[in-house]
Design a protein around this ligand. Structure first.
Ligand code: SF4
Length: 480
């Protein structure tokens, strides 16, 4: 046997559902309650008080203060965490439960699921909280709507945002422009049309556009759409002859697996999958898992229920985030938990998009390239995830596909090989360089200096302080 260890040591990990009765607020919760999607939805944590009621004296006050400040001054998503997801934070599975107070609080701060589902003020950068080129709709999906909520960015595929809510809200959500409730920092856009009219106009576009063959049915999260309404939409989609691939996007397969293994939903998916198979259409589920601890027996049950019901595959599209999964161990542990434990194919890891206040999560392109290199060779080729950079106005590119990379200033340049729906007359679209930016604090000093000298850094910081102060005044005036 070699004396030199592999960089990553594979080990089979049994999935475990953490014991929810370890948390004071759930001491009396029965397995039947836990198993119910309705109970899970009714007991989500939506504010600091509810987190206090659940955690009792496990967490120190400083955490709640930190969380409250983040909600007021930084958060782009409102708080909404399912019991299923909360139960995977400091889960007592890989390590014994820390003592209440200081030890538990430190472990909670360090927890990867906590870091993106319950972000706190002290997590965020104070030098460059947002990149100067960050924006609310950083992928410009809204600009490419061909019907309300229907983004046509690639030649043969579209994204249908059927609704703007989810059973859980992720701090880093790339659709923070539209998804969820407004926060003090972000007033959300609202759809104008009624859902039934919006869905009809999407279907109408797809009937008129035979070049589209692939529809990502998304939101938000389709688990928040009453199943009967989703089934009506899917049945109509399946009647369109050019549609050959349908992918249902739902983080709830992990965040609220109880929804997906509920018998009415399993039966409904079975009906749609049967029709899809008869018509030669590939129906798959795409989920969003970022940490190995999130993969529990309940997630396995939901995934296998979907496969048994007839979906062709369940695939994971995670997001690469510092402090959550930015090491080869964290990524491979997650991939093996998904694939060995829950029959979910690791598919993509997206680089975190350039939305406001996301700099502490984002990685540089160079870091992402290194992680892609380190992942190779451990998993079967079809289950080796690609790390992708979603370049504004371009779309997904594998992280090694850049044309040029200025590592001092953290600017990468990309090309594309197709026109989006808004570039029909743009003769330069395929020869133009499109840019993506690394987080500034990851750059060498010369690059950081360049950004300080060419950007009105003080004005950016002042603007976010002013927005935070005015949001506090509004909040205080509402309390009077
Ligand atoms: S589930 Fe998806 S759409 Fe919903 S908040 Fe999370 S990242 Fe955004």
């Amino acid at each position: 046997m070699s004396k030199v260890q592999q960089p990553y040591a594979y080990r089979r990990r049994e999935l475990v559902e953490p014991d929810w009765t370890r948390l004071p607020g759930w001491r009396q919760v029965t397995a039947a309650d836990w198993d119910s999607a309705q109970w899970q939805r009714a007991h989500c944590v939506k504010n600091v008080k509810q987190l206090r009621d659940l955690m009792g004296d496990l967490l120190d006050d400083r955490f709640y203060v930190d969380l409250e400040r983040d909600q007021a001054e930084r958060a782009t998503m409102s708080m909404l965490v399912t019991p299923q997801m909360l139960n995977t934070m400091v889960d007592g599975v890989q390590a014994p439960m820390p003592a209440a107070g200081h030890d538990f609080t430190e472990a909670f701060y360090a927890d990867p699921v906590r870091r993106y589902m319950l972000p706190v003020f002290s997590d965020r950068r104070t030098d460059w909280p947002s990149h100067p080129h960050s924006s609310r709709d950083s992928l410009h999906e809204h600009d490419m709507w061909v019907a309300e909520g229907l983004t046509h960015r690639y030649p043969t595929k579209v994204l249908a945002e059927l609704l703007s809510t989810c059973p859980q809200y992720c701090g880093h959500c790339t659709r923070m422009d539209l998804v969820g409730n407004s926060t003090p920092q972000v007033a959300k856009l609202k759809f104008d049309l009624k859902p039934v009219d919006r869905h009809a106009s999407m279907l109408d576009y797809l009937r008129r556009t035979p070049s589209v063959r692939d529809v990502v049915v998304s939101g938000g999260d389709v688990a928040n759409m009453p199943w009967k309404n989703l089934e009506v939409f899917l049945d109509q989609l399946l009647e369109i002859d050019n549609i050959r691939d349908i992918r249902l996007a739902t983080k709830a397969l992990m965040g609220l697996p109880q929804h997906w293994y509920a018998s009415d939903v399993v039966d409904g998916v079975g009906r749609v999958a049967t029709t899809a198979r008869q018509r030669g259409v590939s129906l798959a589920i795409h989920t969003h898992v970022n940490a190995a601890a999130s993969v529990t027996p309940a997630v396995q049950r939901a995934s296998r229920a979907m496969l048994d019901a007839g979906v062709r595959d369940v695939r994971n599209q995670g997001v690469l985030m510092r402090g959550v999964n930015n090491s080869v161990e964290a990524l491979l542990d997650l991939c093996f938990a998904l694939s060995d434990g829950a029959s979910i194919t690791p598919y993509y890891f997206y680089m975190c998009d350039m939305i406001p206040f996301a700099e502490h999560w984002r990685l540089s392109l160079g870091e992402a390239q290194h992680l892609q290199h380190s992942l190779m060779g451990y998993l079967p080729g079809f289950a080796t995830p690609r790390i992708v950079c979603d370049v504004p106005f371009v779309g997904k590119r594998w992280v090694h596909q850049q044309e040029q990379y200025d590592t001092e200033r953290g600017i990468s340049y990309w090309r594309k090989n197709y026109r989006t729906s808004i570039e029909g007359d743009d003769t330069e679209a395929l020869s133009r360089d499109y840019v993506y930016y690394d987080p500034i604090y990851t750059l060498p000093e010369a690059g950081q200096r360049w950004w300080r000298e060419t950007t009105d850094h003080d004005a950016l910081l002042a603007e976010s302080a002013t927005r935070a102060a005015s949001s506090r005044l509004v909040a205080e005036s509402q309390l009077v």
